[in-house]
Design a protein around this ligand. Structure first.
Ligand code: SF4
Length: 373
């Protein structure tokens, strides 16, 4: 995976701010000219045609609000400055209200073969409460447009813990599970100080941890009943439809990254571009990554490889770990045997995994594994 590369591009524009948003995004679409001009210069400056790219991910923000002439030019630049000849998967994030036929056609003609929609809930009152601009009907129209244009690899994101009833969340999962989606992601709501939703809820999630764990288990059960297979803690896919780009991250693959707040991992160095759009625009491309470059040691990489791999249903291959890092998994992680004895990790042939019924507490398990290392 160290020789395999992906590309992430951040498009930080949205029509409106969602009530819970803490991402790098702006509603000032007039900044697009300057932003894309900078992005194109960054892509050219860090160009590298020696590493074939396997996946491309255009995230945000909301890439579907960007003017299509910028998206066309973005892909033209990526093709000119990187080797996209063997890309297997190219994803674009969309919001339902901005995924017009024009935008979807533009993505399609540039090789995008996977769409990821921010659905969040199928309940219109909830969508309104959290500041989303779309209704469930808008999502269905966008989905139909996407299918009509030939997209068949489509994800929808849902959120656990929104200000709605437990049963409303279950209704969202059940409804999404019955749609012809290839992939569903289920994330827990993160309440960030300073966001309108944080103030509206006085910083307190509507559900306690136990109830959220029950909601997650119900979601996993419903999705599994509908032939979605959980392959990572938050991600469920129909057979063969796992997101290759995310799997590449989780398997400690390398990736180029461009745009505000984008983080990359090239050769053995991690870096992050300036977080705010203003800082991104005002920093010369040659200094954009200054102060953030961090060379990852083999030991740090071994740790990350295990931490990311154990969030996958398939876990970590013990022989691959040994081959890659020259040390046995249980010699590297001295807490592993104890966790295995207590049933928080399980060895299945060549793989070590978090058992399915412990998936919701994966973060505590990983913290114990890491701390005792
Ligand atoms: S669509 Fe995403 S990036 Fe944009 S405001 Fe909503 S949460 Fe933030």
């Amino acid at each position: 995976m160290r020789d395999e590369y992906s590309i992430y591009v951040h498009i930080p524009f949205c029509k409106a701010r969602c009530g819970y948003c803490a991402f790098s995004s702006s509603t000032d679409l007039s900044l697009q000219w300057r932003y894309f001009d900078k992005l194109f210069r960054e892509i050219e400056y860090y160009s590298d045609k020696t590493k074939p790219i396997r996946t491309v991910y255009i995230g945000g923000g909301t890439p579907s609000v960007a003017d299509t002439k910028f998206i066309d030019e973005l892909f033209a630049r990526l093709r000119r400055f990187f080797d996209l000849s063997s890309v297997e998967e190219a994803t674009a994030e969309c919001n339902p209200e901005s995924a017009s036929a024009d935008v979807l056609n533009c993505f399609k003609s540039n090789g995008v073969n996977r769409l990821s929609f921010g659905l969040q809930s199928v309940n219109d009152p909830t969508l309104k409460k959290i500041g989303r601009l779309h209704t469930y009907a808008d999502f269905i129209s966008a989905l139909k447009r996407a299918f009509d244009l030939g997209f068949d690899n489509i994800n929808a994101d849902l959120i656990i813990g929104l200000p709605e009833r437990h049963s409303d969340f279950v209704h969202s999962v059940r409804t999404a599970a019955e749609l012809p989606l290839a992939h569903v992601s289920v994330y827990a709501l993160e309440l960030h100080q300073g966001t309108p939703l944080y103030s509206a809820l006085n910083g307190k999630s509507p559900f306690d941890d136990d109830e959220q764990a029950d909601m997650y288990d119900e979601a996993a059960e419903i999705l599994t009943e509908h032939d979605f297979c959980r392959y990572e803690i938050s991600n469920f896919a129909k057979e063969g439809r796992q997101c290759k780009h995310n799997l590449h991250y989780w398997r400690e693959g390398r990736y180029f990254a461009f745009g505000a707040a984008a983080s990359g991992f090239v050769d053995d160095v991690r870096f992050t571009d300036p977080w705010s759009i203003q800082d991104y625009l005002s920093t010369p491309v040659e200094h954009m990554r200054d102060g953030t470059r961090e060379k990852i040691s083999r030991s740090e990489e071994a740790n990350e490889f295990a931490m990311l791999g154990l969030r996958l249903e398939s876990g970590v291959s013990l022989s691959e770990f040994h081959k890659r890092f020259g040390i046995r998994f249980d010699d590297f992680f001295t807490a592993a045997d104890g966790l295995i004895a207590r049933g928080f990790l399980a060895v299945d042939g060549d793989r070590v995994k978090v058992p399915s019924d412990k998936f919701y507490v994966v973060n505590s398990i990983l913290a114990e594994l890491w701390q005792d290392d």
